[in-house]
Ligand binder design. Structure first.
Ligand SMILES: [Zn+2]
Ligand SMILES: [Zn+2]
Length: 126
C-alpha cells in the first residue's frame, strides 16, 4: 500500500491574535488563532482564569472566618433549590455559585430553558 502524497503548501496569512486584550498581528496558518506568545498554552490559561472571573460561575462571599469551614450554600440558579457544601477558607472570598449539577454550562443552560418553558405554561394556564 502506498501512502497518499500530500503537497505541503504553505498558506500563511496575516492574522490577529484572538487572545482577549492582545490583538497582535502575526503571520500564521489560516487556522492559527494566537500570536507567538499566546500559542504557549500557559500564557493563555492564566488569562482565561481571570476572564472567567467572578460573575459567571463564582460569587464573592465575604467572611471573617479564620479556620476552614464547611458551609452550606443554596444554588444561585433561579428555580433551583439544591444545596451544596463549600469548603470556606480564611481570606478566600470567591466560591462557586451553583450546585454541583449546575456548574456544568450545558446543564445550566438546559435548566434555564426548562424554567422558561414552565413559566410560559403557567402564564397561559388561565
Ligand atoms: Zn497574543
Ligand atoms: Zn442548581
Amino acid at each position: 500500500m502506498q501512502l497518499p502524497k500530500y503537497k505541503k503548501k504553505k498558506r500563511i496569512k496575516l492574522k490577529i491574535c484572538q487572545e482577549p486584550g492582545c490583538g497582535r498581528e502575526f503571520w500564521g496558518h489560516p487556522i492559527a488563532k494566537y500570536c507567538e506568545l499566546h500559542r504557549d498554552i500557559k500564557q493563555r490559561a492564566k488569562h482565561k482564569k481571570e476572564f472567567e472571573s467572578v460573575d459567571v460561575k463564582n460569587m464573592v462571599f465575604k467572611h471573617n472566618y479564620t479556620e476552614v469551614l464547611d458551609l452550606e450554600f443554596c444554588c444561585c440558579l433561579d428555580g433551583c433549590e439544591n444545596r451544596y457544601i463549600v469548603k470556606v477558607f480564611p481570606k478566600q472570598f470567591v466560591y462557586p455559585r451553583y450546585c454541583l449539577e449546575h456548574r456544568n454550562d450545558f446543564r445550566r443552560a438546559n435548566f434555564i430553558r426548562m424554567q422558561k418553558r414552565k413559566t410560559r405554561a403557567m402564564a397561559t394556564a388561565h
